[in-house]
Every structure is written in structure tokens, then in C-alpha cells.
Design a binder for this molecule. Structure first.
Ligand code: FES
Ligand code: FES
Length: 161
């Protein structure tokens, strides 16, 4: 099969490459670009470990073909911190113990980042609904929800000052 050219922005940097027509965005990010923060769990859209933002909206990168990312802007977990400075959300996950093995964490961070951009003051129910597509085998979810609430509060306080 002939490779196809794609041009897309990943974490702020323009990328041009040839990809196999059947490569997923997840394979391209992990295997081609070595952005291994995005995890592969189920490969069928059920676990959320592979969640990235495409043009500001969350998507399971295992369900998106690399060719579909042509002309789009993709943000992975590697693109969240600003020059090594963790975001309030990343800090909150550490402080509140929102991760154990960490396998699900990149997906949760992307989903929650997108939520807090849309809705800076989400209710607990809105948080739980928003991350319902992200599975965690370790934490029992409560600490993840608390981490997101803590980040929302800090971000709100920062904006008010
Ligand atoms: S690896 Fe994509 S949803 Fe599980
Ligand atoms: S921290 Fe292990 S799967 Fe969520």
C-alpha cells in the first residue's frame, strides 16, 4: 500500500510525514513520533488510555486514522506542561494521589484538561460524566475526581486574583 502524506500540528509543532493508510493516530504518535505518554490499552475505544485532543476536542487516538489528523492540531499529554512547568491539574493529581500505576493518567489528564477549558467550575457529577470514558483499575476514581476539583478551585482562585 502506498504511504500517504500528512501535515499536522502536534503539541504546537508542525509535522510532515508519510504514513501507512491503515496506521492509527495512536500508532503514529507512539511508534513513529515516540510520544509514548499516550497509552494503548484496549485498542477498541473502551478504555480512554489513548485519549488526545484534536482541535480542542477529546478523541480516542486508537480509533482515528493518522490520515484523518491531516490539517488538524493534536495535543498529547506531553504537550500539557509549559516548558517543564506542570499544569495545575498535573500538580493536583500528584498532590491528591490521583494516580497509582499511572497507565490511565495521560488519558485522564487530557479529558480533564478539555473539561476545565470548557467548564472551569464543573460539579462533581459533571466531572464524573466527563471522565466516564476513562477507565482506571487502581484508584477507585475518588482521588481522580478530587484532583480535578482541586485543580478547578486553584485555577479559579488564580483567575480571580
Ligand atoms: S486504547 Fe484507545 S480506547 Fe483503549
Ligand atoms: S492509576 Fe493504574 S489504571 Fe489508573
Amino acid at each position: 500500500m502506498a504511504k500517504i502524506p500528512i501535515s499536522f500540528k502536534v503539541n504546537g509543532e508542525q509535522q510532515e510525514m508519510l504514513v501507512e493508510p491503515d496506521w492509527t493516530l495512536l500508532e503514529t504518535l507512539r511508534d513513529r513520533m515516540r510520544l509514548t505518554g499516550t497509552k494503548e490499552g484496549c485498542s477498541n475505544g473502551n478504555c480512554g488510555a489513548c485519549t488526545v485532543m484534536i482541535d480542542g476536542r477529546t478523541a480516542c487516538s486508537c480509533l482515528v486514522l493518522a490520515g484523518e489528523a491531516d490539517g488538524r492540531e493534536v495535543i498529547t499529554v506531553e504537550g500539557l506542561a509549559d516548558h517543564g512547568h506542570l499544569t495545575a491539574l498535573q500538580d493536583a493529581f500528584i498532590k491528591e494521589g490521583g494516580l497509582q500505576c499511572g497507565f490511565c493518567t495521560p488519558g485522564f489528564l487530557i479529558s480533564a484538561t478539555a473539561l476545565l477549558k470548557r467548564n472551569p467550575d464543573p460539579s462533581e457529577q459533571e466531572i464524573r460524566l466527563n471522565v466516564a470514558g476513562n477507565l482506571c483499575r487502581c484508584t477507585g476514581y475518588d482521588k481522580i475526581v478530587r484532583s480535578i476539583q482541586d485543580a478547578a478551585q486553584k485555577m479559579g482562585t488564580r483567575a480571580a486574583n
